[in-house]
Design a protein around this ligand. Structure first.
Ligand code: BGC
Length: 762
């Protein structure tokens, strides 16, 4: 439906109808306006499957229709594969058509600030570029089926503790470069039908009524013309929200807030045009869905199940593979240990929880392989009571004994639901003690020990040096069992890469001192130094770096080419890298491109991800992978000038297999077309003016006078020690304008300095 058509609908609506349309009919449905032929439509939770509930009343959070469960977002990001994400999104979009769902609530594009945010499994990455790209692919896939996606939770919702009340205190540059950037990219590139604002406050104002966020940034600056909906129950002041750019309240307030809107319009406090605009956005989405409805769509869940397996394979990350312990050999006895082999943790708890269509476990998949045996080793959850503890000991003992008699042991470990979920944050970064102890005990007697992990976010690995293999399965959806077995036995080759750093311990994480904040405030004091941006800058050791992931084959990187060595920031720099499969089996490599600002006045990370491509190669095959770098690849957000600016100078372009495994590099020189504007004052120091062409002459003269003030009377600096000369040079460079008259014996007047300021500030 065009905007004009939606406007025509809204013109025919009464004030009460319009206010009513701006809130839900119930938990999952938007209201109809029957006399105008606007029907009620339904939405449901994603992002990794449909959680379609018939009615709110009587339906528990886990009671929904059975649906195919795709890998969680934590796993999807590890695929570094836009195409796979598009296919998953498309399948879910088609399921929405079959189930008459107009908008699928997801994906979540919040940044993983701390490894212990309880909802990290529903988010993509610590890096905004990766999050933005994967989110965009998901949204395009869903929306290819003429249903909407709803990117969430906008914005700076990076913890569960007090999530409905907390104020995320974040400086603007950090917001722009880290926390808003993934949203900006996905919104501009994929145009989701809806944006869900978060529960929290941002710098003291609730997201649901944050004019700067919803109006100035989202709608004005980014040109977003879709629908802004609250997170469920996130309204604080409905009228203020409407004025700020909030269109739809969900699930609704039983008419209370609708009446407030009517009153505000009648009293003239809210222009009716603001309400009309919200309605136009709502109507246009409802009717676009209705016009493109596929009544006869059929949801082939078995086909989607196979797709879920394929996608799970793309997402798994081989973290360690000493002595090529994996893939397991074809004929030797192997023991599977751990309850997750039988009952894998495939998804997170909370609103994204799908009533799974066809869960597959690793154990199901090896039923016909006689040489694979199983012992549970531990139960999921902590044992309590005497009998439970006795059983725990027995299981432990059996597992160690079984491991001794096999040629290899695979331990299926991970976080139980009670450790990680929507609604609360993790208390620490450890696996349950029993699992750590069991892994250690098995590794002591079985040299070929492999650990498969099921978790939504990093865990500490005290046994990392004692096991030979580690496969990160994340929360891999209903295909995880089949995908894991295919990878363990070499029928598939792992190709995932970590979308986040695994620190050695929680206290290494940059948010550690300020997570989850105190009272109703959490201060993002680490600023832009989130994830690898911090560990890199601090040159810290980590357990596994961002972007890391092994393969059963090997790849070489060669022949890096850049289209231009000197360019302006308005031009595109094309980069090409040749990747060759140098091993003996088919495999895929996610090639990563980072950019480093070599000399910078502004504080910047060592490098930032600005491109990635996944390439599939037969043994011996080579392919050239290409990337395009444009302005954002070089720019930082300049708060004073309110925009993205590049500093003139050299930039290194780094191509690598991980953030710590850079294979090739090239240097280019970038000149900005527009420079950031700064206001100079009497407190600006002489050094600040050195690069201002407008006043170069005057400043050189001032500097000369200033230098002479600090020099010896004879002017013979050679008598001074080297340090003293440096000190004098620094003194004049650091001298603020305001102090020059007092030091210059009347040679420099305040009026003269004001003239200089006038020149540079214009
Ligand atoms: C969650 C959203 C979800 C909504 C509806 C909220 O509590 O934060 O992500 O879409 O509930 O279930």
């Amino acid at each position: 439906m065009t905007r004009e058509e939606a406007v025509a609908f809204v013109r025919q609506m009464t004030l009460e109808e319009k206010a009513g349309l701006c809130s839900g009919k119930d938990f999952w449905r938007l209201k109809s306006v029957e006399r105008l032929g606007i029907p009620e439509v339904m939405v449901c939770d994603g992002p990794n499957g449909l959680r379609k509930q018939a009615e709110r009343e009587g339906a528990g959070i886990n009671d929904s229709i059975r649906a195919v469960c795709f890998p969680g977002s934590c796993a999807e990001a590890a695929s570094f594969d836009r195409d796979a994400m598009y296919r998953a999104g498309k399948a879910m979009g088609h399921a929405c058509q079959a189930e008459n769902i107009s908008i699928l609530l997801g994906p979540g594009a919040n940044i993983k600030r701390s490894p212990i945010c309880g909802r990290n499994f529903e988010y993509y990455s610590e890096d905004p570029y990766l999050s933005g790209q994967i989110a965009a692919a998901h949204i395009k896939g869903v929306q290819s089926q003429n249903v909407g996606a709803c990117i969430k939770h906008f914005a700076a919702n990076n913890q569960e503790t007090r999530r409905m009340a907390i104020s995320s205190e974040v400086d603007e540059r950090t917001l722009r470069e880290i926390y808003l950037a993934a949203f900006e990219m996905a919104i501009k590139e994929a145009k989701p039908w809806a944006v869900m604002c978060s529960y929290n406050q941002i710098n003291g104002t609730f997201a649901s009524e944050n004019h700067w966020l919803l109006h100035d940034v989202l709608k004005e600056e980014w040109g977003y013309d879709g629908l802004v909906v609250t997170d469920w129950g996130a309204v604080n002041d409905r009228v203020q929200g409407l004025m700020a750019g909030l269109d739809l309240e969900m699930p609704g307030s039983g008419g209370y807030n609708d009446a407030k809107i009517v009153e505000a319009v009648k009293r003239g406090e809210t222009p009716e045009s603001v309400l009309d605009e919200a309605c136009v956005r709502i109507v246009s989405r409802i009717m676009t869905y209705v016009e493109n409805r596929e009544e006869n769509a059929v949801w082939d869940k078995d086909a989607d199940h196979l797709l879920a397996i394929d996608i799970a394979k793309e997402c798994m990350v081989l973290l360690k593979n000493e002595d090529a312990v994996l893939p397991l050999s074809d004929d030797e006895p192997v023991v599977f240990i751990g309850k997750f082999a039988e009952k894998p943790r495939i998804q997170g708890g909370g609103s994204s929880h799908v009533n799974v269509w066809n869960p597959s476990s690793a154990l199901d998949e090896v039923k016909t392989m006689e040489r694979v045996t199983y012992v549970s080793g531990f139960d999921i959850g902590d044992a309590e009571g005497e009998e439970a503890l006795r059983l725990e000991q027995q299981r432990f003992h059996d597992a160690v004994a079984a491991a001794k008699n096999a040629k290899a042991a695979v331990i299926f470990a991970g976080l139980p639901d009670s450790y990680e979920s929507e609604g609360f944050d993790r208390k620490h970064m450890r696996l349950p003690d029993i699992q750590n102890r069991l892994i250690q005990a098995v590794a002591e007697i079985q040299p070929n020990t492999v650990v498969v992990l099921h978790n939504g976010s990093p865990v500490e690995m005290p046994w990392v040096d004692d096991v030979k293999g580690i496969l990160e399965a994340y929360l891999g959806g209903e295909g995880v069992g089949a995908a894991t077995v295919d990878i363990l036995f070499g029928r598939a080759n792992p190709s995932g890469k970590l979308p986040e750093t695994f620190p050695l311990k929680l206290s290494d994480n940059p948010s550690y001192l300020n997570f989850p904040g105190e009272a109703d405030k959490v201060e993002y004091k680490e600023g832009i130094f989130v994830g690898y941006r911090y560990y890199d800058k601090k040159q810290m050791k980590v357990l596994f770096p961002f972007g890391h992931g092994l393969s059963y084959t090997s790849f070489s990187y060669s022949d890096m080419q850049v289209s231009k060595k000197k360019l302006t920031d308005e031009e595109v720099c094309k980069v090409a890298v040749t990747i060759t499969n140098t091993g003996d089996r088919f495999g895929k490599e996610a090639v990563q491109l980072y950019v480093q600002d070599v000399t910078s006045r502004v504080i910047r990370p060592v490098k930032e991800l600005k491109g990635f491509e996944k390439v599939a190669l037969e043994p011996g095959e080579s392919r050239t992978v290409t990337f395009e770098l444009s302005k954002r690849a070089w720019a930082y957000y300049d708060v004073e000038s309110r925009g993205w600016y590049t500093e003139e100078g050299e930039f290194r372009i780094l191509a690598g297999a991980s953030s710590q495994d850079i294979r090739l590099e090239e240097t280019v020189y970038v000149t900005p077309v527009a420079k950031a504007k700064h206001t100079y004052t009497m407190n600006s120091v002489l050094g600040d003016f050195m690069n201002c062409p407008e006043v170069k002459e005057e400043i050189t003269e001032l500097k000369r006078i200033c230098d002479s003030m600090f020099h010896t009377e004879t002017g013979d600096d050679a008598q001074l020690g080297e340090g003293t000369a440096d000190m004098m040079e620094a003194q004049s460079r650091e001298m603020p304008l305001k102090s020059l008259p007092s030091f210059s014996d009347g040679k420099i007047t305040r009026e003269y300095l004001e003239g200089i300021l006038k020149k540079v500030n214009h």
